[in-house]
Design a protein around this ligand. Sequence first.
Ligand SMILES: Nc1nc2c(c(=O)[nH]1)N[C@H]1C(S)=C(S)[C@@H](COP(=O)(O)OP(=O)(O)OC[C@H]3O[C@@H](n4cnc5c(=O)[nH]c(N)nc54)[C@H](O)[C@@H]3O)O[C@H]1N2
Ligand SMILES: Nc1nc2c(c(=O)[nH]1)N[C@H]1C(S)=C(S)[C@@H](COP(=O)(O)OP(=O)(O)OC[C@H]3O[C@@H](n4cnc5c(=O)[nH]c(N)nc54)[C@H](O)[C@@H]3O)O[C@H]1N2
Ligand SMILES: [Mo]
Length: 785
Amino acid sequence: MTNHWNDLQYADVLMVIGANPAENHPISFRWISKAIEKGAKLISVDPRYTRTSQMANTYAQLRSGTDIAFIGGMINYILENELYHKEYVSAYTNASYIVDDQYSFKDGIFNGYDEKTRKYDKKQWGFKKDKEDKIIKDPTLKDPRCVFQLMKKHYSRYDIDTVVGVTGTDKETYKEICKAYASTGEVGKAGTILYAMGGTQHTVGTQNIRSYAILQLLLGNIGIAGGGVNALRGESNVQGSTDFGLLYHNVPGYMEVPTDADVTYQGFLDRITPKSGYLTNKPKFYTSMLKSFYGDNATKQNEFGYHFMPKLGAGKDYSYIRLFDAMYRKEFEGLMMFGANPVVGGPHASQSIKSLANLKWMVSIDLFETETSSFWKKEAGSDPASVQTEVIFLPACSSYEKEGSVTNSGRWMQYRWQAIKPKGESKADLEIVHMLARRLKELYKNSPNPSDMSLKALTWNYGESDHPDIDLVCREINGYDMKTKQQIKSFGDLKDDGSTSSGCWIYCGFYPENENLAKRRDNTNEGMSNFLNWSYAWPANRRILYNRASSDLNGKAWSKDRVGIVWNSVEGKWKGNDIPDFAATKGPDDPTFIDPFIMIAGGKGALFAGINEGPFPEHYEPYENPISNAFSSVQLNPAVQFGEKATNAKGDVSKYPIVATTYRVSEHWQSGSMTRNVPWLAELVPHMYIEISEELAKEKGIAYKDRIIVSSARGEIEAYALITKRFKPYKLKDKTVHHIGMPWHFGYNGIATGATANVLTPNIGDANTTIPEFKAFLCDIRRAK
Ligand SMILES: Nc1nc2c(c(=O)[nH]1)N[C@H]1C(S)=C(S)[C@@H](COP(=O)(O)OP(=O)(O)OC[C@H]3O[C@@H](n4cnc5c(=O)[nH]c(N)nc54)[C@H](O)[C@@H]3O)O[C@H]1N2
Ligand SMILES: Nc1nc2c(c(=O)[nH]1)N[C@H]1C(S)=C(S)[C@@H](COP(=O)(O)OP(=O)(O)OC[C@H]3O[C@@H](n4cnc5c(=O)[nH]c(N)nc54)[C@H](O)[C@@H]3O)O[C@H]1N2
Ligand SMILES: [Mo]
């Protein structure tokens, strides 16, 4: 989230698109309801009429996988009718930048595309520069080659009729939404966008979210209270885990993992450090992280221990789908899984089982025996001995049985204390890792083998018993001065000369001196519900990102009802209801002042930005699509990469004419290991079901509670039919398309069991993140015998 949960109450219009917070983030509704009580409008855009839709002023149906068309039409409406926030767009975004002459867009393809590699050369999407190497701008936004005009041209193709012909949305409802949301472009108004997996789990997931960001920049909705692009994150600590390098290509603080092509530390730093913007400081953060990994073993002479770091094979991709592909090819011997159940949660689930069966060993660290830790029973049928994978199960304890912090969607790092002692032999994940690390270090301490140097050089100073001292972990995450061992107060004080250590730079400052600020529980509201003394928000306790944009060019708040940070000329500093995310003493007239979007070189909000499939989001159809693309002759996102051929079976509309999507219900949690083992919850939603419209049920001769079979190119499942008004057939331009939906919470273990939706889902992902396309695929249904 650029903003945070409590802040939702300050919005004038809330658009929930690709999320269902009433079910999946129920507490958020406290703040949404508060906004509604004050007169705000709630818009819900979803293929299915959800519990969120039920609370909304306006509900729009859209076919799964068509968000870019939906938002593209809104962008067009706003540009055509000049409803954007003019001063904001001109001053705070890159709308005025003149784009390089090379830029072009023709029939779905931008310039710089290589068909063979399915990749773009992003360097060809640059800006025009003058002799002093400065970007040429036209603040009037009239130049036909400025970002603003090129964007206008790009989205002029997204007229309302074409859009609703693709999304299947009712035209009058669509117009109503365009008007209502565009009203937040008025100076002083605020609109917020809430999204989650309905937006991301697509082959165009990243561009879906970029289209939300463009919309928000045009309306001047970023940096202000009640605004923002707000990702409603998933598992309670998924924000924290990505902050700490959960993903294969990141180390803590969203910095890059070195590859084996990065032969020297300096060369690596040169590659990953931008030439301008705040991230020019990256070497300070990286070196401090290496000091936290290797302590005194990281010296200037050995490039701060850079060579101890494991390197990723250059060009290798070990994101989820590729990792399972690699396991299938037997490129891995073993797998350690902390709290994951891929046999239910992963795409093309029956294929995941085959990948696991190709491992030599697998460790599952979980609260329950899951479908994954018992996969060998299913895989082998009546002969478990035929599966060679050695499976080890370590009982983990639940969140209530351990202490530590979790970071919520608003980036607030909140400490939780242990409520009860762990049951049985179960242990906290941290304890399991700690015990393992200590034993491994002991085993290898005398090894002369160079490949074991990394383990030997690693510092592990969290106490001498099997129970780690978590306070020492917290102190190390924040960081300290190597000589004095004093805690560092802010990431601005980190150095690249090896004199400071910090485990995760974005968290540096949560533990200055002797107070762990994640433990703060002072709920005094000093202004705009930012609760600056409640827990700690990264970075630097800032509650709303890019908050310079909360005021105008002179430093005056856009709205007196939404004061973020304002310039106080008497005191000569920026003050307000938040922590400024820029130098607080540099006035608005200071020539060295940094623009609001501090993390981007130039500081301007990027309406034009190079991500993998182009500088402007463009609509492409999902991998499996019911109609041909109305916007160009390119069907699928041209930058999507394919994995193993054998695992990428594609269903054709002639055989699988129905669009399907998957989602969650309040009563179950994820792959269901936890909730399907809790009797009360298992009783509330005891069976797997498929939601189908009354029209489709009639066409197929299916009655309520009939057993039906859903098939896709990957497999088929059997479940109960739930006939509902929540789904309606879609009237697209040339044909009517049926749409069904189903929860993905079921598997064959636990008290409540049922078919796994992911047997049906495709093994293909987004072109930037590779998140699987769980939300839009084709299938067919029939009555079971
Ligand atoms: N009770 C409960 N709460 C949960 C979870 C849970 O399992 N149970 N899981 C947690 C986790 S890890 C996560 S990531 C979050 C996820 O939170 P959400 O993203 O809200 O979860 P979903 O229900 O998967 O998807 C949201 C909506 O997207 C819609 N949708 C499908 N396709 C499209 C599309 O193409 N465009 C648009 N605009 N919408 C589409 C679906 O119909 C669905 O209503 O929830 C978290 N909260
Ligand atoms: N079709 C479809 N598939 C999806 C999605 C979708 O929308 N549609 N959503 C995707 C999303 S957003 C997500 S996040 C993934 C989730 O996929 P997974 O992470 O594989 O599924 P979970 O059920 O969340 O697995 C969590 C496991 O952790 C265990 N656990 C709970 N607490 C602890 C703990 O403290 N320590 C340890 N060691 N274990 C613990 C639980 O018992 C459970 O078995 O699924 C994805 N799969
Ligand atoms: Mo998630």
